[in-house]
Design a protein around this ligand. Structure first.
Ligand code: AMP
Ligand code: MG
Length: 382
């Protein structure tokens, strides 16, 4: 069986349904021009494998840019991680309702502000106070388990982004005229796992741009940012991984330059019990893994050094996942600046929804789903 149905023109978007089981991961298809210098490095940070690749220019400049990016990502992890006990987020979690609040860095303030903004715009589908439930389920760790209903109920009472307070206090210190403060509700636990990698990817891209790097790829475990064009001097070709095939087999390719592409999926971290998959994306309304019909969500935005979109893409990928296909499509209809590829499973069939802003930049791989009548021509770029 190939494509079951192909609808176009629905809200100027289209849906392609295919029969195979699909999940999405992101990888880039590229190779440097012969003779062009390229420096690549893999590090483990923010709970994932981080791949940094820069091209063009002098070897020493590439080496130092890659080192600085690696150092910055590890520095941000030390601020944002809910697992490292001395991070700023863990300090808030240890005493969330501290009178007078906790003094936090400008970076943590900026990231928490964005997290609250996305919580508001997604009606709480993304909620940075989901931490107690994340810790309870411990999905992706050796302590993962199905908690008792009463335990879930208890953590549920701590989830509400509206209780987080952020403010700036003036000081008489000329060197440091304002300090940033944060507090949360009693018993609340912050978790920025759904947005922090995107923030780090933004920072990394900023560093590379400030060093004059014209071509770079950063992949933080599925949070992808490309700077400039590919080493071949063309748009990057970013593949959406076919889950049933070995790595490198994709069902679609997105063509983009200076862009952020973030994917959230159930296949990333999960355990299975009694035929049920318990995955790491929780529905804040229930304190349990989301029962969304979506299997994966990729969100794509321009990321050219102006608006810092990677963190926004990251939070939205998590939020759209929780919303499920129908609500996510309604959200995307209202937010034309956000491009996305939604993959759902319904009655054993896989449904792929692609926003119209991507239609010129995406090509579906007919071989991945033979017999399809999807768009297989790459005509433009994001
Ligand atoms: P992502 O892989 O970007 O979709 O983020 C998933 C991670 O974000 C999880 O491992 C949790 O740390 C956290 N998380 C899970 N569910 C939510 C949610 N609904 N809102 C905010 N963060 C979440
Ligand atoms: Mg996310």
């Amino acid at each position: 069986m190939g494509f079951k149905e192909s609808e176009r023109g629905l809200n100027r978007k289209y849906i392609v349904a295919v029969c195979a089981t699909v999940a999405v991961a992101v990888f880039a298809l590229y190779a440097a021009k012969p003779g062009m210098r390229q420096v690549e490095r893999d590090i483990f940070a923010m709970g994932t494998l981080v791949h940094i690749s820069v091209s063009g220019g002098r070897q020493a400049d590439l080496n130092s840019a890659v080192s600085d990016v690696a150092v910055e990502i590890m520095r941000l992890e030390k601020l944002f991680s809910a697992r490292l006990t001395d991070s700023e987020i863990s300090q808030i979690n240890a005493n969330p309702a501290l009178v007078g609040g906790h003094t936090i860095s400008a970076e943590t303030y900026e990231l928490l502000s964005l997290a609250l903004r996305v919580a508001e715009e997604t009606d709480g589908a993304f909620d940075p106070t989901v931490g107690a439930a994340v810790a309870l389920w411990s999905i992706g760790t050796e302590n993962a388990r199905i908690p008792a209903d009463a335990e879930i109920e208890k953590t549920l009472q701590t989830i509400d982004w509206r209780k987080v307070r952020l403010w700036r206090e003036e000081t008489s210190d000329e060197q440091r005229p304002g300090i940033y403060k944060a507090s949360a509700g009693d018993g609340q636990m912050l978790d920025l796992g759904g947005i922090a990698k995107g923030f780090a990817a933004n920072r990394a891209a900023d560093i590379l741009r400030s060093r004059g790097i014209k071509s770079a790829l950063l992949d933080l475990g599925g949070d992808l940012v490309v700077v400039g064009q590919s080493p071949q001097g063309r748009s990057w070709r970013l593949g959406l991984q076919h889950p049933d095939e070995v790595r490198g087999n994709y069902f679609a390719v997105v063509t983009a330059a200076d862009a952020a592409l973030v994917t959230s999926g159930t296949y990333e971290r999960f355990f299975e019990r009694g035929g049920v998959r318990y995955h790491h994306i929780l529905d804040p309304a229930f304190g349990r893994p989301s029962r969304s019909d979506l299997k994966s969500v990729s969100v794509i935005m321009k990321n050219d050094g102006g608006e810092k979109n990677s963190a926004h893409c990251d939070a939205l990928s998590t939020a759209l996942f929780v919303m499920g296909m129908e609500k996510a499509r309604a959200f995307l209809d209202r937010h034309g600046e956000v491009q996305a590829v939604l993959v759902a499973e319904r009655d054993g069939e896989t449904i792929i929804h692609i926003t119209d802003g991507l239609s010129d930049a995406i090509s579906l791989n007919r071989e991945a789903f033979p017999g399809g009548d999807g768009d297989s021509a790459t005509r433009g770029q994001l």
